[in-house]
Design a protein. Sequence first.
Length: 250
Amino acid sequence: MSFEERMHGTASRNQTRTVLALDLETPEPSQLLKKSIDVVRSVKGLICAIKINRQLILGLGLPTVAESILKLANDYNIPTIMDAKLNDVGHTNEFMARTYFDAGFDAIIASPVAGWKDGLDKVFQAAESRRKGVLLLTYMSNPGAEEFYSLTARHGNNGEKPMFEILAQRALEWRAQGLIVGATKPQIISRVRELVGPKLPIFSPGVGAQGGDANIAVNAGATYLIVGRAIYASADPQNAATGLRIKPNT
Ligand code: BMP
């Protein structure tokens, strides 16, 4: 089953669009692991994927993450996304993608500005040969994202366009399995949805703690919502995840 099919299946089964961003911080590794597992257990029926970033890998190490959290996610049939934001030359990108995929991750996040040739080409090859997914940053959720994602750039013979529109086009050409567009930018989500059509999933981070609104992002065209602090830092993660649950389209 492809990454997209797994995501779709879990979203339908749990009737949710929420991807849990598991970014807990604590100086004590044993606490970090226990707290991360507790959060996953409490919201397992309310999420459709788990996104892990380098914060957790630095805190626990990849083998521990693989043996504990990835295994648990697999037992619950919840796909996992490695938020590596890959942005290097081909051989190191490839090494990182291969290592994360072989540890058990189902998809990886990359930055398209590394370009295709000897940039992301090998990441897509590593993903395709393992039936894994690559998600591309298209417009980040933080206020400073405007500095570059909205810059106007020349696009072949097609005149000038904002950078994020070119990135959305690249995601289609490169056959990415999803795009990342901040939930804090509903107008950008609408424009990206217009450009990529109804099928390609848009993952939107920035709900809650960064000021984004789940319903507004979904109405603008987001498929999935990436949520971290609004769930794991809440006094009652299960209740918080229940409040953020929005049913997917069938
Ligand atoms: P929170 O809901 O706590 O704000 O976390 C958002 C998550 O989404 C973090 O894991 C962050 O790394 C990620 N993210 C983001 O916030 N904005 C982006 O543009 C891209 C991201 O991956």
